[in-house]
Structure formats: C-alpha cells, structure tokens
Ligand binder design. Structure first.
Ligand SMILES: *Cc1c(COP(=O)(O)O)cnc(C)c1O
Length: 370
C-alpha cells in the first residue's frame, strides 16, 4: 500500500475525481488540431494585456476594481458579491460553510452539473437526489417538499447543465418558499448571459436564503482565467469570507476580469451571446431533421443536448466525430439521459465541420449496409 493510501481519509481512496472535459483529453498541446465542443467554452476570445506592476505584493483579498466592476454589471452592492476561483470554488465554499462533515446533506436535482456531488463527497456531506421531471426537465416540487428540513444546501441549475433549459421562475420561487430558513437555496447561473432577463438576482432582497452563482468561463469566454462570483445577502457573503483562501484572486486575474467587465467587454459578450443563440437554434433545427436523432432538448444556453435513437447510434456519432478530432460530451451515464450527447456551440465553421462529418459518416454507413 502506498503511503498516500495508508494515511489518506479512507473514503478518498476509491473516490473518482470529476471527469472534466479537459481531464478526459489531457495533453492540451492538441488545442489547435482538435475541435473542442465538449466543455461549453466559447470558441474564441479577446486578447488581454497584463501589467506586472506590484506583482511582488500579495493581491487584495477581494480586489476593489473587480468587485466594483461586477457591482456595476449586476446592480448589486459590493457587500453582496464574493469573487472566487470560478463558480466551482463557490460551490465548494457553500458546502464547507453550511454542511457539517459526516452529518449534513446537500440536495441536487439530476441530471445536473457534476461538481455539486463531487464537492459534497470530498467534504463528507451526504447527497440527496430529487430528479428533475423527465419530460420537462423542471423541478419536482412534490418530491422536493419531502426533503424540507433534511438538507442544508439545495443546488438548482438554471439554465441547467447538461439539460439546457431555464427553470421556471414560479418553480424557483416555490422552492425558495418551501425551504424557507431551513436551507440555502443556490441558483447556479453559469449560463444566464444567454438569457439575462431570467436571472434570480432580482429576488435577493426578498429571499435571504438565496445564493446565485456566476462565472466568466462561459459567455465571457474566459474559462482559462478561473474567475466566478457568488452573489447573496451580506450575512451569507460574510460567512463565506471566513472560509475562502486569503488571496483567492491573483492580481493578473483581477486585471483581466475587470477589463472584460468594461462597457467594451460587455459589448463583446452581448455580440457573442447573439451569435451563439443563433447558431444554437440552427444546430437544434438541423438535429431535429436527422433520422438518427430521437429528441432535441430545448436550450437557453451555449450547448444542445440531444438523444439518439439507440445506444449503438450514440456510440457511432460520438466516435465518428472523435476520429476526426471533434470532441463532444457523452452524457449517457447521467440519470434519465441514456443515449444522449451534448454539443457546445463553437464557431460557425466548427459546427459546419461537425455536421459535415456526421452526414458523411452516416451516408457511408448506409451505403455499406446496402
Ligand atoms: C461550467 C460550470 C460551472 C463552473 O464554472 P467555473 O467558473 O469555470 O468554475 C458551474 N456550474 C455550471 C452549471 C457549469 O456548467
């Protein structure tokens, strides 16, 4: 037995870490030769200049420039904003702050984002699952109600990953009402810029238990920067500040993130969102026309989830793309998502190569079968 295995917390020895799109295809030297449509990143970004002034000093705990810029963007006060290393760090902080290890539980609504469960497992928090209603991918209020009082943190994802749709405002509000002051209710808005009018931040004053997660990794095209935000009432932010590392935001990160939040940066985001939403609708329409496609999930985000007609077809589509260096995400192991694949909205060129590649492979297969 290795020393690590001998001495580690027992439950970590067999734990499977998050299979991020990047880990699945490690060795990033292939950036340029492959088409990456598996992590919901943006396909292109601006370029940023960083000054190296004062890099000998520790950065501010929460850099003023950055918090002011996000405050201007959201209309919230600085005291309602915590900058984190991606939204993922926000997830982890919430669990570490509100769940006593080996005692408290979180609630998730699968199929959903994998990091809620991974962070909970890492911390020793239990995971209660209340699946989405399969036909609509909406919250199952009756089933949620049965868990009130049994959980400390509830994770809702809107728009959902990997499903793609927004949760309805009335369902989110009902969940907030139902859990009352018994649990923190988190709305993960990693993709909200693709339908900004549906944000839950307008309810922060009304609901002291509400927390909203945001990120610069998706619509802002800055996944490599690792910058996200936790938005909540001041007393929740204050508590999270006790748990977060002392210098979570590196100075160059704050600088780049601040410039992405200037009016010029925000204009680029809204252009990117418009283009992405258009390409998404085109891809969805195309998918619906394909005989091998059984269902296309409605999406309010920068990706499309679809179900193929059977498992063999799912594997065929995935591998014909992979062979051509086009990477999409297999979601078929998730609850309710047998035979499902997810495509991130890349550039127009990337998506047209993807469609061509599938069309050619399907045609060749039909010919062979004749
Ligand atoms: C991508 C994603 C995140 C994580 O974002 P980072 O800021 O890159 O850590 C969180 N939640 C959901 C639903 C996501 O899809």
């Amino acid at each position: 037995m290795t020393i690590a295995k001998k001495l580690a917390r027992e439950e970590l020895v067999d734990m499977v870490p998050y299979q991020s799109a990047r880990r699945l295809y490690a060795g990033g030297s292939e950036f340029s030769s492959k088409i990456w449509l598996n992590a919901n990143e943006a396909s292109g970004t601006g370029s940023y200049q960083v000054s190296s002034d004062c890099i000998n000093r520790y950065p501010d705990f929460q850099p003023d420039n950055l918090i002011n810029a996000y405050s201007d963007y959201t209309g919230l006060n600085n005291k309602n904003i915590l900058a984190t290393r991606g939204a993922d760090e926000g997830i982890e902080l919430l669990i570490r702050t509100f769940c006593k290890a080996y005692q408290d539980s979180i609630l998730i609504c699968p199929p959903t984002y994998g990091m809620y469960a991974i962070s909970a497992e890492n911390h020793g928090a239990d995971i209660i699952k209340v699946p989405l209603i399969a036909e609509t991918s909406q919250l199952d209020l009756t089933a949620l109600k049965a868990q009130v009082g049994k959980v400390k943190v509830v994770f809702l994802c809107s728009p959902g990953n990997p499903t793609g749709n927004l949760l309805t405002e009335s369902l989110i509000k009902s969940a907030l009402d139902m859990f009352g002051d018994s649990a923190i209710v988190v709305v993960d808005e990693a993709y909200i810029e693709f339908s900004p009018e549906n944000t839950a931040i307008k309810w922060l004053e009304q609901y002291p238990q509400l927390v909203v997660l945001r990120t610069l990794s998706k619509a802002f095209a800055l996944a490599g920067l690792r910058c996200g935000f936790t938005l909540a009432n001041a007393d929740i932010i204050e508590m999270l500040r006790k748990v977060i590392a002392p210098y979570p935001i590196a100075a160059p990160v704050a600088e780049i993130a601040s410039s992405a939040l200037t009016s010029q940066g925000l204009k680029q985001v809204s252009n990117r969102v418009q283009e992405t939403n258009l390409l998404r609708e085109q891809l969805s329409t195309w998918l619906k026309e394909q005989a091998w496609c059984h269902k296309v999930y409605p999406s309010d985000a920068n990706f499309v989830l679809f179900k193929t007609v059977n498992t063999e077809t799912k594997a065929f589509i995935f591998s014909c793309l992979e062979q051509q260096g086009i990477l999409i995400r297999d979601q078929s192991k998730q609850l309710q998502l047998a035979d499902c694949l997810r495509i991130s909205i890349g550039s127009e060129r990337e998506l047209s190569i993807l469609k061509q590649t599938i069309a050619t492979a399907i045609n060749n297969k039909l010919k062979e079968e004749k």
